[in-house]
Design a protein around this ligand. Structure first.
Ligand code: SF4
Length: 115
């Protein structure tokens, strides 16, 4: 998945989370998602009013959470240097333009499996 469209990236992330489209009821599963701690839940596809909610803060929160939050200094650098190019959010992840020393050792270890 390589798109710089935030709506498409969030949709792909939710489909991936629900089994990568293996289930024909994926739209229903996403609509009925009960994982309240997921930062993307309020902007998930197939729900009413989705288009009225900004995607950027939700994506930022998702990457921040995925990269370990404030467990270690430098969450923005860890997201910028995220090595998981197969993640649907990778092309639209925040902080890609920030400057700072690359943190190879911590990035590999800190980016967790997304939920
Ligand atoms: S794997 Fe990388 S791009 Fe995907 S949610 Fe985590 S930090 Fe963001």
């Amino acid at each position: 998945m390589s798109t710089r469209s935030r709506p498409k990236a969030v949709r792909a992330m939710c489909i991936d989370c629900m089994g990568d489209g293996a289930n024909v009821n994926t739209p229903s599963l996403i609509r009925e998602c009960s994982v309240e701690r997921c930062p993307l839940r309020p902007v998930r596809p197939y729900i009413d009013g989705r288009g009225r909610r900004p995607l950027e803060p939700a994506i930022r929160a998702m990457c921040f959470h995925c990269a370990g939050e404030n467990a270690d200094p430098g969450p923005k650098l860890r997201v910028r240097d995220c090595p998981r190019q197969s993640c649907p959010l990778h092309p639209v992840r925040p902080w890609q333009g920030i400057t700072g020393r690359r943190r190879d050792e911590t990035t590999e270890a800190a980016v967790s499996q997304h939920p």
